[in-house]
Design a binder for this molecule. Sequence first.
Ligand code: SF4
Ligand code: SF4
Length: 917
Amino acid sequence: MISLIEQIKNGKLWRYFGGVHPQENKIQSTRLAITTASIPKHLIIPVKQHIGQGGQIIVVPGDKVLKGQPLTASDSFMSVPVHAPTSGTIEHIAQYPSTHPSAMPEIAIKLICDQEDQALESQPALDYKQLSTAELQQHISLAGVAGMGGAGFPTAVKLSDKQPIEFLLINAAECEPYITSDDVLMRERADDIIQGIEILRHMIKPALCVIGIEDNKPDAANALETAIKTANLSADIIVRKVPTKYPNGGEKQLIQVLTGKEIRKGQIPAQSGVVMQNVGTIYAVKQAIIDRQPLLSRIVTLTGKAFPQPRNVEALIGTPISALLSEFECDEDKAAAIIYGGPMMGFTLPHGQFSLTKTGNCILTPIKDEIPQVREPDACIRCGECSEACPVDLLPQQLHWYSLAKDVTKLADYNLMDCIECGACSYVCPSQIPLVHQYRIAKVEVRESDAELAAAAIAKERFEKRNERLALEKAQREQRQKEAAEKRRATAKATTGEDPVKAAMERIQKAKAAEQTTADGKTSKGSAVADAIARAKAKKAAAASTDTAVPDNAAVIAERKARKTAAKAKREAEGSESVQAATSPAIEAKKAAVAAAIARAKAKKSAAQAGETAASTPAPAVDAKKAAVAAAIARAKAKKAAAQSATTESTEATESPAPAVNDKKAAIAAAVARAKAKKAAAQSATTESTEATDSPAPAVNDKKAAIAAAVARAKAKKAAAQSATTESTEATDSPAPAVNDKKAAIAAAVARAKAKKAAAQSATTESTEATDSPAPAVNDKKAAIAAAVARAKAKKAAAQSATTESTEVTESPAPAVNDKKAAIAAAVARAKAKKAAAQSATTESTEATDTPAPAVDAKKAAIAAAVARAKAKKAAAQTSDSPDEAQPTEPVDKKKAAIAVAIAKAKAKKLAQLGDK
Ligand code: SF4
Ligand code: SF4
């Protein structure tokens, strides 16, 4: 099987995934030889122009420096110094925008060039074959050599001999369109490059050295082959032409093309036995070892149609871009952009104040027609073109989304740091999304995040180590204390002859035994303690109860309630008295008057019906019963109303000289009631009289009605008899009658006076009627009968009443009515009585002379008369039967009784008078 080296020597090439073929545009800048650019007025020299750490600045503003003098220094292997490209004065050290897509500010040294270009004293060339790799690494590093192909990795780091290197690969592909700096360098300085390769071969001692160059640079390839032959190195150095394809210049891609080795993620080429260096870097190594000149300048391609003569120039590191544009007559007005680098991996500068760095190989100033029109990018359509073009097999569209979202974690997951920034994805993107530009910015963010994580990891490590130290110190301290205790114990034992710990344990055991012994006896120490605790708790609880208990206010509350109750009772009593005193007479008088009026009306109606029934022919059985019942009810009501009315009147008349009746309305109401009663009685009597004298007895058709009337009369007689008996007893048997109430006597007197007046008036009227007109023709026999019956009853009642009245008159004079109101009421009552009597007489006279009395009126009158008599009798009887009720201690009942008696007597007299007439 042919070895890999044999395969490579046989010309075998490999391929990698992805890649594109953009238009080259290299010819226009290779027509002219390399030109040295003038020394500008000043240089802006960034302190850090490589991957890794920046060096410490060893100059200060105002220092005069010579060409090749180091401006920074560092002990780190990953740091390379920067040098003064020419002689001059350090003006200041400050932050300047970095020549980077992020344009983040970075420390830079501004050197004012004195144009004298005075250099340090030159050093003789090093015999590298006599020097070790490390020594050469040191010389290379101090010369400030870093990768000039674009990455800027410190060159010395890669030239270690600690691990075997099989292949030294020289990257001469220069695949980026427009860029020809390596091409012209190889064309013009091929011998220097071969010398440089020899230094590296000496350092790393590879098995084979291969120069990989695209087949679009035949002149450069020929120049190298010539130089190799001249150096007689044809067996050790191979120039391998590879098909032009972008990005062949990528380290991993070219390694894969030349050797077939695929560098996995996270690996460095040295781990696969491969070291790759750019031809420009090889040239810088040659200068550092042979010429003893640090890296002070580089070859840069000035191309694009904005330059009248695109070419490659050798310019000092730190030269402002604007100086180059000016010196080589770039028409900036025509330039569509100033691109630092090639069209694929370069980036646009906003202006020309940026400076040339060690990695800057091209300044492209295309006009509008040279490059696609720049427009606002469209949204990603997920076409996948970028993924197919990516030579690193990444997912550019995913990186696009996460770089916009600044999701550092996701960017790391999708291997952003493996991106070689080739720009193939941007080149094929139909949406013209500046993908590679986004990735560069995202890489900076990821590096910052990684730096923060690294710092956090360091802090965590320090924290954990501190905890470990504290724990160790604590353990040591405890150990020392333990040892000291042991030492004291041993000393005490030696002094006293016994172990102190053992003695203490024995004392404790003895104390416990003593406690148990006490417990077996009466009270153990433990129980005593328990008792003490219990007592303390009890005291505490009692104190808490005392402190927190609610005061016993029951007695106070009871007293308060009693006072309230007493006050309430007092108020009620006072209110009751005042109500009784103020309103009882008035209100009760009103009520009595109203009730009496209603009763009288009903009595009249019932009497009329009864009279009619009695005078007429016997009525049917049903009508008679109803009439009897109605008459009885009417009588009862009339008696009750009369009693109430009499009570009111009597009270008004007898409770003088200071009666409690202050209300005129009450008196007036009482008087009205009395007047109405008299009027009703008068009407009833008139009717009866008319019936008796003017008409023959009616044919009684209703036996039941007659029976009822007879029953009523019997009751009336009985009542009258009882009343008379009572009155007689009161008058004769006792100087102090049972009726002690003067009010009753007064009421009776008043009633009698009223009755007499009414009777006189009625008699006058009747006599007038009798003389002036013949008796009317009474057609209704019933009315006549009822009238006769009524007269008979009236006579009896009158006789009884006369007896009572004489007694009352002899025993007690009429009281002096001091109350004007009562007098007024009496006057009103009398007036009404007179009026009623007059009306009654007029009515009777009219009826007797002009027209016979109607049957209906006669009946009603007879019935009313009967009812009135019955009531009078009943009231009288009740009065006589209840002498005890008229005690001073029961003023209300007493008054009522007296009033009832007076009313009854008055009514009886009136009826008697009417009946006699
Ligand atoms: S993702 Fe990176 S490596 Fe892949 S094509 Fe784009 S720029 Fe090139
Ligand atoms: S090429 Fe452009 S549009 Fe297509 S998937 Fe990639 S980023 Fe999106």
